[in-house]
Design a protein around this ligand. Structure first.
Ligand SMILES: *[C@@H]1O[C@H](CO)[C@@H](O)[C@H](O)[C@H]1NC(C)=O
Ligand SMILES: *[C@@H]1O[C@H](CO)[C@@H](O)[C@H](O)[C@H]1NC(C)=O
Ligand SMILES: *[C@@H]1O[C@H](CO)[C@@H](O)[C@H](O)[C@H]1NC(C)=O
Ligand SMILES: *[C@@H]1O[C@H](CO)[C@@H](O)[C@H](O)[C@H]1NC(C)=O
Length: 395
């Protein structure tokens, strides 16, 4: 009896211990997270069978759970724009997103794209070594063997910068293999090796991330050379402020070969008052990366890159047919044929926007993709870039 009692007693103690220490901790965490999410989502908008837009209370958005943002006060809009920035020309694009047809996010909320199907985990199971760090950026050693398969056609400048802006031509390049990407973007960077900090914005096609081949607005950040950080709102960090523009959504208007040209102006700019890095598209402030997230970009950016990147998986033992930009070389023709960046500006330490100076450029695989500076300077500083990938010259 006493032995039995003791064992009941022990079981009880164990049960209490499990409940008090182990289970509740998990429950509390689990509950806290879903409760927070539940209370924070004011409205959900169904876009199509795979996509929902959740409108989160701006002050309860998941990013604010980042350990470095516990005391963060949300900055609702940028305090000022850089001097001389070309804000008057937002190109031909009336910026709408597909989900606008199905509803709007109320004032005081922010749209967060939710993919119903988890494409990535399916792919990750197939390719278990595929990590975030797969998506490296170009840097001063672009042809670096640590990033096999990544090819670039970019220009870049070095110095001390508070941001950059460019109007980027919008296309829907063919992306051949499941892990491949085709990106056209701005990179803002500081720091070396494991301490590399970046903020990136532009458009991309990536089946791996989105499960389809659409041209989407994306943002990305890292503070440690892509070991941590993420795309869009996949991790905590980016404080979203716009109730109208969601990250990760597709562009509804794209360019056609020798037809209408569509473009969008992307800018990344360090706010002078708060130090936060604001991301804007078509002059609309989307949100910002708080300065406190960064080790190096808490100060100025040291390098800015503009241009295209693809990833070549060589899935058929030859160079991929994944296109960059429009899929045509600058040598084939300019406007309407090859993809462009124009109104390229950098923002200097005095918060003044100006044309980039001492520009360097690099094309890592000129048989497959090209880049040509636009000497005419009709639309500010600009260049044409891109190409088809696989061909007789590109094996
Ligand atoms: C929030 O909780 C309620 C009640 O438990 C549930 O019906 C609803 O689906 C939840 N909403 C979200 C967005 O998870
Ligand atoms: C938040 O504020 C508290 C109290 O002032 C302070 O102890 C803590 O370190 C702060 N946390 C962060 C992440 O700055
Ligand atoms: C995108 O995917 C659709 C459906 O799978 C296909 O019909 C279309 O040709 C693809 N477009 C490109 C540019 O790859
Ligand atoms: C954007 O996405 C919607 C919904 O998935 C789709 O119907 C539309 O064709 C896409 N637009 C473009 C230009 O690809």
């Amino acid at each position: 009896m006493s032995k039995f009692k003791t064992s009941i007693c022990w079981s009880l103690i164990l049960a209490i211990f499990v409940f008090a220490v182990i289970v509740p901790k998990e429950l509390v965490d689990g509950k806290a997270i879903s409760d927070v999410a539940n209370k924070s989502i004011i409205k959900s908008i169904k876009v199509d069978k795979d996509e929902i837009i959740d409108c989160y209370d701006i002050y309860k958005q998941p990013s604010l759970n980042h350990p470095l943002l516990h005391n963060h006060t949300v900055q609702e809009k940028p305090s000022m724009s850089p001097k001389n920035i070309k804000l008057d020309n937002f190109g031909t694009l009336q910026l709408t997103q597909t989900w606008h047809k199905y509803g709007t996010c109320p004032k005081g909320t922010i749209p967060v794209r939710r993919n119903i199907k988890d494409f990535r985990s399916k792919l990750s199971r197939k390719h278990p070594r595929q990590k975030f760090s797969h998506y490296k950026m170009p840097n001063t050693v672009r042809s670096d063997a640590s990033r096999p398969g990544h090819e670039y056609a970019v220009i870049w400048v070095s110095g001390n910068f508070l941001g950059a802006q460019a109007k980027i031509n919008l296309w829907n390049p063919v992306v051949e293999a499941p892990l491949e990407i085709s990106v056209s973007q701005i990179w803002i960077t500081a720091g070396e090796n494991d301490d590399r900090n970046t903020i990136e914005a532009g458009w991309e096609v990536s089946k791996y991330i989105y499960g389809d081949n659409q041209t989407r607005f994306f943002i990305l950040w890292t503070t440690d050379d892509y070991n941590t950080g993420c795309y869009n709102l996949e991790c905590e960090g980016f404080v979203h402020t716009s109730s109208n523009i969601a990250v990760g959504c597709n562009f509804t208007e794209l360019s056609t070969f020798k037809g209408y040209q569509k473009d969008a102006t992307f800018s990344i700019h360090k706010d002078q008052k708060s130090g936060n890095w604001w991301v804007q598209v078509q002059g609309i402030p989307v949100g910002y990366y708080p300065s406190s997230l960064f080790t190096q970009l808490s100060k100025t950016a040291k390098e800015i890159d503009f241009g295209g990147e693809i990833y070549n998986q060589r899935s058929r033992e030859r160079h991929t047919t994944t296109q960059m930009g429009s899929g045509h070389f600058p040598s084939e023709g300019s406007l309407g044929i090859s993809s462009y960046f124009n109104y390229v500006q950098v923002i200097d330490e005095n918060n003044e926007a100006k044309d980039p100076e001492n520009v360097k450029s690099e094309v890592t695989n000129p048989n497959c993709y090209g880049l040509k500076i636009d000497d005419k300077h009709k639309n500010g500083y600009g260049f044409f870039y891109g190409g088809p990938g696989y061909s007789d010259n590109c094996q």
